[in-house]
Design a protein around this ligand. Sequence first.
Ligand code: ADP
Ligand code: MG
Length: 257
Amino acid sequence: MTTTLAIANQKGGVAKTTTVASLGAALAEAGHKVLLVDLDPQACLTFSLGIDPEDLDASVHHVLTKGLDAREVIIETEDGVDLLPATIELARAEADLLTRTGREQVLKGVLEDLAEAGEAYDWVLLDCPPSLGVLTVAALTAARGVLVPLQCETLSHRGVGQLLDTVHDVRRFTNRRLEVWGVLPTLYDGRTNHARKVLDTISEVYELDVFEPPIPKTIKFAEAPAAGRSILATSRTSKGAAAYREVAGKLVERAAR
Ligand code: ADP
Ligand code: MG
């Protein structure tokens, strides 16, 4: 059984991509077969896993809009996860898909085709772009759950209501089984009371589960993408890597529920 999880928040810089790369590596480390899907035209996930998008002939864009078999595009990475990479061409996908019937279902169909072709992934993690456009809706339509990374320092909760409205619409129109698994506090500075308060407010106001431990803010994360590996490889014993491993374990528990 594959568990497909969308990592979504329309705000940029809240560690969606870092979370996808790190949780993916943690799940792979624990023996799961993992596929990561880069749905952001900025291709940060692709780049951070050591692949230069400029070197690619085909990407998730061709799979979503031109019917190319995903197996022809998927790359094995050094982190032990498979990647369906993005290139800047994906920026056109929103426009290309906008007039298509069934555009919300397009990614779901791609993942079903992969499963039918015998690619038995345990986990598929979807790295959403910083918007609530066609690609994010397609991700939510393909997913069983959504995890919302949240930076606790700012007024980050303002966008959460809007995201939950979108989830609500997706549930009504394209994916009844979608569940909000919870928020993951990221870039967390435990030394400030403020972070803790923001977190408490969010879980109360929106009645959302909060995954623990929060992912600490550490310079190690800034270094990993340049190395083309996730923090689990570049900084194996760091607190950040340990936090992601622990959260990955909780996701496995949640999936079994
Ligand atoms: P998003 O995908 O939501 O835009 P990213 O994962 O690209 O966010 O992260 C934004 C920036 O924050 C990146 O430069 C990343 O290296 C950095 N970052 C992510 N998580 C942490 C962390 N726990 N501590 C320090 N920096 C982090
Ligand atoms: Mg990103």
